[in-house]
Design a protein around this ligand. Structure first.
Ligand code: SF4
Length: 348
């Protein structure tokens, strides 16, 4: 379908729908207002929303903006406080990049976010999507913003049958010409909302879609088959070991190396997972937890260990009744919860 020819029809229909049906989100300005949202809030929400649902992000967004209401506040924050506040949200490289980006904006741009996609793209941790969404939503630049929801809507609107990820270039080529110069930020958010609420992966509700008259996939009856996903590969299995080292109602926590998975986060001590190729004997294990990372599945066995002479140099002893304030990432929080639950059960 020559979508370019439908440009004005698509943006008018989509924006008209968005004016009535926009999702109300804490980082948003309601549509059709002549006010631009705070770029700090747009940036923070977009970084948090990568690989994470809106429902999960809301409470983190509230906590971060309460504690660090401005970019300057966040840039001046202690790394450990930010990593702890991010705990549970996953993909911890995002938190490290968040700090690096906040500090780069303070240092290199006098504390103000650059206003164009091209300059935003050079900031630490800002990929195509985040740079484009800030440029469009906070500064009104007419750029294409492509997340998974937008990919789905566009693949269907244009009946793109090339499988992902190869289809990405095609999707972008179709989207760029239809981004309107007026309200590009609302247009981007309208696309995202349409994908999240109507043009859903399963059972898209085409009958109430504002784009139904121009949608090629609907006309061909192939909407639900698009976009064509890549064939899923099985994730490799890995084993990890963690040590439970307890003293006077406290347990030893360490900080993981800055680089690598869960970098900079608090954790239970233990050998590098890459070096563990076989699980320990079952009678040595007090708790076994499983966790799925992006590229592998991990089985983590926690073993009770005596306090070593160098324990104080390894990390810090943390009161057991305050472990929920330690900012442990989900994997270790699961292990700690299981151990404490086991202990309550045994005492009870
Ligand atoms: S008509 Fe259906 S498939 Fe097409 S964009 Fe709308 S909801 Fe998606």
């Amino acid at each position: 379908m020559p979508v370019h020819a439908e440009k004005s029809i698509i943006s008018a229909a989509l924006l008209g729908w968005y004016d009535v049906h926009a999702r109300s989100l804490p980082w948003r300005i309601p549509p059709a207002r002549d006010i631009r949202p705070d770029p700090y809030r747009v940036w923070l929400s977009e970084v948090m929303l990568q690989q994470t649902t809106v429902a999960a992000v809301k409470s983190y967004f509230a906590a971060f903006t309460d504690r660090w209401p401005t970019l300057a506040d966040l840039a001046a924050a202690d790394d450990a406080d930010v990593m702890a506040a991010w705990a549970g949200l996953g993909y911890y490289a995002r938190a490290r990049n968040l700090l690096a980006c906040a500090r780069a904006v303070m240092r290199d741009h006098s504390g103000k976010f650059p206003q164009t996609y091209a300059v935003l793209r050079d900031l630490p941790g800002l990929g195509d999507y985040t740079a484009a969404s800030i440029a469009a939503i906070a500064f009104g630049e007419a750029v294409a913003v492509v997340d998974a929801n937008v990919e789905r809507v566009m693949a269907r609107l244009c009946a793109i049958e090339t499988p992902l990820p190869k289809a990405k270039a095609e999707i972008r080529a179709h989207l760029e010409p239809i981004v309107p110069s007026a309200r590009p930020g609302d247009f981007a958010q309208a696309m995202m909302d349409l994908g999240a609420t109507i043009c859903t992966s399963r059972n898209p509700t085409c009958a109430i879609c504002p784009l139904m008259d121009v949608c090629a996939a609907r006309k061909q009856g192939i909407a639900e088959t698009l976009p064509i996903k890549p064939v899923k590969t099985t994730k490799p299995e890995r084993h990890g070991v963690a040590h439970w080292i307890e003293r006077d109602g406290q347990v030893l926590l360490v900080r993981r190396p800055e680089k690598g998975l869960l970098g900079g986060m608090r954790a239970l001590p233990g050998p590098d997972w890459a070096l563990v190729d076989a699980p320990p004997l079952a009678d040595q294990v007090i708790v076994r937890v499983r966790h799925v990372f992006t590229h592998f599945r991990l089985t983590l066995d926690v073993m009770a260990c005596p306090v070593g002479q160098d324990a104080e140099q390894q990390g810090e002893f943390w009161p057991m009744e305050q472990l929920d304030a330690a900012g442990l990432p989900t994997l270790y929080a699961k292990a700690v919860t299981a151990i404490l639950a086991q202990r309550t059960y045994n005492v009870g």
